[in-house]
Design a protein around this ligand. Structure first.
Ligand code: PAF
Length: 272
């Protein structure tokens, strides 16, 4: 991979990179398409990263569909697919603790200890092989995006981190590889995450922050099949919970919940 990247670079082309864990959906394909518009050559990687799973069952059941993924990427003309082996990617690597400014301890980090260190360690390794100019990450994983941007700034990574908006199904459910694990019933129930976020957005800034959270939680409560992990209205940069709307025109509502065993996350920007 590194030689291929070096050759592309010698030719003067910009390399765009879309790191994934596979089980690709339309959201991933749009990241690749955006990268193809902005870069001469685009690499997608598929690697189910054991370092970022703190629950072995979650790792085992993570959806895998390599042949279909290959076809999807070929279908949209992605230039290269990087599928590293564990042994190759982590050769000689002792995972290290990155300074994430405390972002890694909030929300997803509190529920999944070590998750973001695992993400950043693998992203760093993938960047090492692919050497991209620009790397594309979905806003659905809002906290992941914040963490990666923070580390990229702190450690002066040369890659530009490009955020891409969340893609949704027509009923509002954020596209996610994990959706393929949902039963038909759970798939319907899962739409409550987006409905709760929308409800929060519809009253945000007009009503108190507490009332806004209550509206979202009330909507979530209408779906007994969904078990809430966390809901928060946060500062878009620090991701710290807001106490009130004072002095802010923009916030983000974050949510994580379980449909059966399947963990789902989503978020929505709230504008004044
Ligand atoms: O967002 C993902 O799919 C993963 O967390 C990533 C960035 C590919 C690292 O394994």
């Amino acid at each position: 991979m590194a030689e291929w990247s070096a050759m592309i670079r010698r030719k003067g082309d910009r390399i765009g990179f879309v790191p994934t864990m596979g089980a690709l959906h339309q959201g991933h394909l749009e990241l690749v398409s955006q990268a193809m518009e902005e870069c001469g050559k685009v690499v997608c990687s598929i690697f189910v990263n054991p370092l970022q799973f703190n629950d072995l069952k979650d790792l085992e059941r993570y959806p895998r569909q390599l042949e279909k993924d290959r076809e999807l990427l070929a279908g949209i003309g992605c230039h290269a697919l990087f599928i590293p082996k564990d042994s190759q990617l982590f050769l000689g690597l002792v995972p290290r603790e990155h300074n994430m400014g405390g972002l890694e301890l909030l929300w997803e980090g509190a529920s999944r200890p070590g998750h973001f260190q695992g993400v950043v360690n693998v992203v760093e390794r993938l960047f090492h092989y692919v050497r991209p100019d620009r790397a594309y990450f979905g806003e659905k994983d809002r906290q992941q995006l914040s963490v990666i941007r923070h580390v990229a700034r702190e450690e002066r990574w040369p890659e530009m981190i490009v955020p891409c908006r969340t893609r949704r199904a027509p009923d509002g459910l954020a596209l996610s590889s994990r959706n393929s694990l949902l039963s038909v019933e759970q798939r319907k129930q899962a739409t409550v995450l987006h409905r709760a976020l929308r409800a929060a957005a519809s009253v945000a800034f007009a009503h108190s922050l507490k009332a806004t959270s209550e509206v979202a939680l009330m909507i979530l409560g209408t779906e007994p099949g969904i078990r809430l992990d966390h809901f928060g209205i946060v500062d878009p940069v620090s991701l710290k919970p807001l106490e009130s709307w004072e002095g802010t025109d923009r916030a983000v509502a974050l949510i994580a919940a379980y449909a059966g065993e399947i963990r789902l996350i989503d978020n929505l920007t709230l504008d004044r």
